[in-house]
Design a protein around this ligand. Structure first.
Ligand code: SAM
Ligand code: SF4
Length: 346
């Protein structure tokens, strides 16, 4: 349970074993920053982006590689140790490798990860590894071509599979696959996707759909709780073996099909919110720090950098952590309306 908030801004706290990190009013260590590189995408997953009517940021409004590096350096300077690049689709940034190289050189950054739909990985996996990327999450909602086309418009299963194998060959392991489950689209196919973990050392992770922006109604109407997906998987493969004593690993509860080399994960932001363990901030492609994925409160870090230089960022990170809300309010029917997932960075 969360404790009562402190009124004053929390100090930087030095913890005995782990590196120094900012601690928020609720006692959470905030050491993980997700950076969106671009709001554009080469797919249109139905729960994420509308087919029409979305305004994309003009190039001049996207943070430059240098700005991203300066903000990342400031983040690591106040104790962030993990950065994930996301989007939109991060592989659409022509300067992606330069950005990875710049961030990989930051002293104190322990993990530099990326989330991608995998379409470009066949050619990019090895250069990304060489540039310093440490880990990769690849988004694949189903192995069934028909439903893949309906759910992740324009996706190409074979290209994603080639990308997954290229990432594995490049050593970007463990490979983590992310699948959002929607009723009437892929809910009856979860066991087929889970089966990939039997012979591959991959983590196949099922994510509950969250309502955001223009696609909120789809996520609400087609929502499937993960316990239902687990029941389907167990009906095919028998009881799943709980790993890590059933405790959360990051945001996922991990399991194994008996005898499998890989793992199954369930990420339950709607049915089992993990806000108590939230350790992250998010930065949008136009340089706004978002204090919570599911709350519209943002702070303009790009403007602060342009007006005050890198020194201004440390204090702003402290303020952002101090103002971080206790959690989302999906159960009260409150969800973000200003930006959708592709405009924030999932
Ligand atoms: N384009 C990349 C991709 O698809 O992995 C990176 C950006 S995407 C916004 C990041 C993650 O957000 C994906 O794994 C996707 O499944 C997830 N996502 C998108 N919309 C979502 C929603 N409404 N609810 C839950 N997860 C969502
Ligand atoms: Fe693109 Fe990723 Fe959103 Fe799908 S989830 S539309 S791949 S940004």
């Amino acid at each position: 349970m969360l404790e009562c908030p402190m009124i004053s801004r929390p100090p930087l706290t030095t913890l005995p074993v782990r590196r120094r990190a900012l601690v928020d009013r609720w006692g959470r260590r905030i050491d993980y920053l997700r950076i969106s590189l671009i709001d554009h995408c080469n797919l249109r997953c139905v729960y994420c982006m509308p087919l029409k009517g979305l305004r994309f940021l003009p190039r001049t409004e996207l943070m430059t590689a240098s700005e991203i590096e300066q903000i990342a350096r400031a983040a690591v300077g106040v104790g962030f140790s993990k950065i994930r690049l996301t989007g939109g689709e991060p592989t659409l940034r022509p300067d992606l490798l330069e950005i990875v190289e710049r961030l990989a050189r930051i002293d104190g950054l322990e993990t530099l990860a990326m989330t991608t739909n995998g379409l470009m990985l066949d050619e990019l996996a090895a250069p990304l590894k060489a540039a310093g990327l440490t880990r990769l999450n690849i988004h694949l909602d189903t192995v069934n071509r028909g439903s893949l086309e309906a759910l992740m418009l324009w996706n190409d299963r074979d290209a994603v599979m080639r990308g997954i194998h290229a990432a594995e060959a490049a050593g970007l392991t463990p490979i983590k696959l992310n699948a959002v489950v929607l009723r009437g689209y892929n809910d009856e196919e979860v066991a087929d996707l889970a089966a990939l973990s039997i012979e591959n050392a991959w983590h196949v992770r099922f994510i509950e759909a969250m309502p955001l922006g223009s696609q909120a109604n789809i996520a609400i109407r087609h929502y499937v709780p993960n316990r239902e997906s687990q029941t389907r998987i167990e009906a095919r493969f028998g009881p799943l073996e709980a790993l890590h004593d059933g405790e959360l690993v990051g945001e996922a509860r991990m399991f194994r099909i008996a005898g499998a080399v890989g793992q199954i994960g369930f990420i339950n932001p709607v049915s089992e919110p993990y806000c108590d363990d939230c350790n992250r901030l998010r930065m949008t492609a136009d340089g706004k720090i978002r204090l919570c994925l599911l709350t519209d409160h943002e702070m303009d870090f790009r403007k602060a950098l342009q007006e005050g230089g890198p020194e201004a960022l440390h204090a702003l990170f402290e303020r952002a952590v101090a103002d971080k809300p206790v959690g989302h309010q999906l159960r009260a029917g409150i969800y973000p309306e200003v930006r959708g997932m592709s405009q924030i960075g999932g």
